[in-house]
Design a protein around this ligand. Sequence first.
Ligand code: GLU
Length: 305
Amino acid sequence: MSEKVIGRFAPSPTGRMHAGNIYAALVAWLIAKSQGGEIVLRIEDLDRERSKPEFIDAVQRDFEMLGLTWDHGPFFQHDRDEAYAAAFNSLVERGLVYPCYCTRADLHAASAPHRGEKLVYLGTCRSLSVDERAAREASGRKPAMRLIVPDEIISFRDTIQGEYSQNLEFDCGDFLIRRSDQAFAYQLAVVVDDAAQGVNCVVRGVDLLCSTPQQIYLQDLLGLPRPTYGHIPLLVAERDRRLSKRDHDASLDALLARFGSPEAIIGHIAGVVGLAPTTEPATPEQLLSCFSLKNLHGRIQIAWT
Ligand code: GLU
């Protein structure tokens, strides 16, 4: 028998959900439920400053209202430091990690822009001498920690975007696994959590496609299983403006005011992205009958308004 599909909702509680977050959760839910699978809810509150308790409650109420149910959790990243530390320490013990003292300004000055937004770290702090390192320590600057990446191509088949590959050294560079404020970095936390929570089917926005090779590399180093990945197109507003939690026009409250009901929001999103033949109101449950992965195409963005 094949393995049960375990998908996930992984919201960051830094604002109310917007249409793009709902779209990602809807596809994750449909993929899992259409195969008799289950959903994990994980609240990604790694960023303690930006995560707010009111959004933690709101995001759960929003999923419930939309009919996007979950079977396990909520799990919280703020409870998981021990697990992240164990993974981090195992990488340190293998000599794969080094301290990086670069400031944001240094990073911009010494990084090669690549693949749109991503900056490639050129390894400035990888080869610091003992004296150089001591001088930086003495200045009181707290280092972040980077993982050394090899000159190696990581390839995978995305269930929505198709083949994707990246040479970690040239397309990404040594990447952060712990920030200078001691918080573990997203890439490390997400990989440790997906494995611990049994997630074997990841669905998220295409803006995270370029992070996936880093996560696969970490899974390989840590001996963790590799989930399947599907990256959905971004929903964009007028003039290709990206939706963000700051854009009130796309927040759930604004969507409710515009569409009138949760079913109307779900139906509209489903129709616009091609998950349903019309934009008529629908629940996620009702969309199951016409859901097929084949209808999801690998466009990079879809106009929302
Ligand atoms: N927490 C991220 C977000 O809300 C998603 C991360 C992921 O799916 O890996 O955008």
